[in-house]
Design a protein. Structure first.
Length: 271
């Protein structure tokens, strides 16, 4: 890959994370920017949660800032700092994409669910007639759960080591989709058509697996949204002969939506 020719005219798109060492997103975004004819450049920035508000305040003063991308653990806090937000961000209370409006306030979007559905459909993993089990109820897991429910999935189980966070997501889903069958049963893996890893487990090779793929039916699919590497969970699912998809297609499917938002092509509704 050729190195970009950065100049003072280049518009920057920071991706804020903590920790930041696992971030590989520029490998996808920068070629996508170039392919779209945009002189933009994404750069990872390590930002402690306590410093997010101050960091965004300083970034707002950078004159060649195009927008901001956010990943673990900043999505909920970023949404709270937005004055306006898209429907996906409002539903989930999470924002992974920010742009600075003309009045100096942040507008937020959440493209995680959009990217997930695009990738799942493109790879034949989405069957709305079958149950889905999602491990993880953080920013990505929340967006994915809302997107699946909106797409017509009728039964979702959410697993998380943080019982309170998982319960909050289940209650939010039930309010938005009263006919949805929503639970937290690990035994639901035995009937799932799709299992999703939306946890950080798998970013490193010594991470525990979020669930046992041996519990899944032989015709189930696994979508592990970790994009930085092929995880041990994916290896185990492949060894069982399951259909397996990693996280990079999800990123690729949300890039176009984010570019449009950063360009101002999407109207942000009041928060």
């Amino acid at each position: 890959m050729s190195h970009p020719h950065l100049t003072g005219a280049t518009r920057i798109v920071p991706i804020l994370a903590h920790p930041v060492d696992h971030v590989r997103a520029p490998r996808t975004y920068n070629p996508a920017f170039a392919a779209a004819g945009l002189d933009w450049h994404m750069v990872p920035m390590g930002v402690l949660p306590a410093d997010l508000s101050a960091t965004l305040a300083q970034l707002a003063r950078v004159t060649n800032l195009q927008g901001v991308n956010l990943t673990i653990p900043h999505k909920a806090a970023a949404f709270a700092l937005c004055s306006r937000a898209t429907a996906e961000a409002r539903d989930t209370g999470m924002a992974n994409t920010l742009r600075l409006e003309a009045d100096g306030h942040w507008a937020g979007a959440n493209s995680d669910g959009i990217g997930f559905l695009g990738a799942a459909r493109a790879n034949g993993l989405l069957d709305t007639g079958r149950p889905v089990v999602i491990a993880g109820s953080g920013g990505a897991g929340t967006a994915i759960a809302f997107a699946l429910a909106a797409a017509g999935v009728r039964e979702i189980d959410v697993l998380d080591t943080d019982a309170n966070r998982a319960a909050a997501l289940r209650h939010a889903l039930q309010r938005k989709f009263p006919d949805l069958v929503i639970g937290h049963r690990r035994e639901a893996l035995a009937h799932a058509g799709l299992a999703v890893n939306a946890t950080p487990m798998g970013l490193h090779d010594d991470d525990p697996m979020p669930f046992d793929v041996a519990l899944l039916p032989a015709d189930a699919a696994l979508f592990d949204i970790i994009a930085a590497r092929d995880t041990e969970l994916m290896t185990a699912a492949t060894a069982r002969g399951l259909r397996v998809l990693g996280g990079r297609p999800m990123v690729e499917h949300q890039v176009a939506h984010q570019i449009a938002f950063w360009r101002g092509d999407h109207h942000a509704l009041p928060k």
